[in-house]
Design a protein around this ligand. Structure first.
Ligand code: MLT
Ligand code: ZN
Length: 473
């Protein structure tokens, strides 16, 4: 319970729309979207301006109240869910949802933390520009969360993760000071890069309130293909060939094992397989054109795929004949998580290794895990060209989900993370650490990494009030 004087003061600062201690109002924000974590909170603060965030943070610092920043609540690792103690205030950025400026000439947009990604896409498109980062949760994920987790998604191949697109950040630090780093300077050598330090900090160093982001020209048109391939090795060779022959026109290249496609077809209404025959692996490829003088994308992609078929790099291919069909192909890819959730328990591992090494890793690690834990099945899908797949281990049919997760599931996760670490990779490629991977980060990081992480955290947040229990082991 929050001290009644504290609640009274915050309520006065934030107004009725900005502050509540009502359990019913708070309840929807206590559980993550995958329903893996449920915590408790004493209040929900929804400031509408950076000044209000500052007021909350000053107050929290003075009274040592834990603050859990939350955007769209679409964290994959429990990063925005409070812990079980119940003394935290959830600080929702939802009401800070203005696009402060959009300069099409300079290709810079300044968006507040609560702007939903899909809304940013629309705003950029209205000015002939686009924000080149997208993901399945674009209808709920917010800019603050995307910055704070260094989100990835399905366009990283060409434009990089959020880190590459963030030009500046405004944030309120744990003691209430405002870090005004929105200016998008091409050169800035004032020592440590605080903006980039706040990217991927998962709300443990302060509250990101706005970001300056890079825009690129909008696409003129695109071609989307669905391919049947024999193996991840063949898929990677195909990608390398497509990239060599098409310059920067290939913007997405997503690997989908047949197991994942079948789950989508089974659980997501209105979906159908793009190809007639059966294939062990599939690839979704997107080819874009931004310049009218270039060859039409469907012509270019069709020619590229014809030679790939001849070379045996893919066994079959379907090109979407309309935007509606292109969206239907993308829906198959974007629904994998949802279909899997509908199907049954699974352990999710968002991992990366060197791009060249990923096909071998998928093959050997899948075999090792399936042998060690009879009855489980591995689906490794996603961003092959980034050396990042979602290596999901599905439980055998009929198990008790929560029990399985804590016993066999946990042991399988240990094994996956050990194999990734042995391969020189990362236990978190794009989803962050949150509470899901915090212990594993502690178990598998070098002393140098842990020392630096902890030193930065305690220097900026000496009272430990920012998003406790997340990221830092
Ligand atoms: C994806 O690529 O689909 C997302 O990162 C979510 C997931 O892990 O499935
Ligand atoms: Zn992903």
């Amino acid at each position: 319970m929050l001290d009644s004087r504290v609640a009274e003061t915050l309520s006065q600062i934030l107004g009725p729309k900005g502050f509540t201690t009502d359990a019913q109002d708070i309840a929807p924000w206590l559980t993550d979207w995958r329903a893996l974590y449920t915590g408790k909170a004493s209040a929900l603060a929804s400031p509408a301006s950076v000044a209000e965030v500052q007021a909350v943070m000053r107050f929290a610092a003075e009274h040592q109240i834990p603050i859990v920043p939350q955007g769209g609540n679409s964290s994959m690792v429990g990063g925005a869910t409070p812990d079980a103690r119940g003394d935290a205030i959830i600080l929702s950025t939802r009401r800070m949802n203005a696009i402060r400026s959009l300069d099409a000439q300079a290709n810079i947009v300044v968006a507040e933390a609560g702007v939903i990604l899909a809304n940013l896409h629309d705003a950029a498109r209205a000015q002939g520009r686009r924000f080149p980062l997208t993901l399945g949760a674009r209808g709920s994920a917010t800019i603050g969360g995307l910055v704070s987790t260094n989100a990835g998604g399905t366009q990283v191949l060409r434009f990089g993760t959020m880190r590459k697109l963030v030009l500046g950040v405004e944030a309120v630090l744990p003691d209430g000071q405002i870090y005004e780093g929105l200016a998008a300077l091409k050169k800035d050598n004032r020592g440590y890069d605080l903006t980039q330090l706040l990217v991927a900090a998962e709300g443990t160093l302060g509250v990101v309130t706005a970001a300056s982001l890079r825009l690129v020209p909008d696409i003129l048109d695109r071609a989307v293909g669905w391919l049947g391939v024999e193996s991840p090795e063949a898929a990677l060779s195909l990608l390398q060939r497509l990239e060599a022959e098409s310059g920067e026109a290939i913007e997405s290249f997503e690997l989908v094992p047949d197991g994942s496609l079948q789950l989508v077809l089974q659980h997501i209404p209105g979906t159908r397989a793009p190809l007639g025959g059966a294939h062990p692996w599939h690839v979704l490829v997107e080819y874009v054109r931004t310049n009218a003088a270039a060859v039409a994308p469907e012509v270019a992609l069709e020619a590229l795929l014809a030679t790939a078929l001849e070379a045996g790099l893919c066994q079959d291919a379907a090109l979407a004949v309309s935007e509606v069909q292109a969206d239907a192909f993308w829906k198959l890819r974007d629904s994998i998580s949802e279909a899997e959730r509908a199907h049954g328990p699974a352990m999710q591992h968002d991992i990366s290794v060197a791009v060249e090494d990923m096909p071998r890793f998928i093959r050997e690690a899948s075999l090792a895990v399936e042998r060690a834990f009879p009855g489980v099945s591995v689906n490794a899908y996603g961003h092959l060209g980034d050396g990042n797949v979602h290596f999901h281990v599905r439980a055998p049919a009929g198990v008790n989900g929560p029990e399985w997760r804590l016993s066999t599931g946990k042991a399988a996760s240990h094994m996956v993370y050990d194999l990734v670490t042995a391969a020189g990779g990362s236990i978190s490629a794009e989803h962050g650490i949150g509470q899901m991977k915090r212990d594993e980060l502690g178990r598998l990081s070098s002393p140098a990494r842990l020392t630096a992480l902890r030193a930065i955290k305690s220097a900026l947040d000496p009272k430990g009030i920012m998003n406790p229990g997340k990221l830092i082991p």
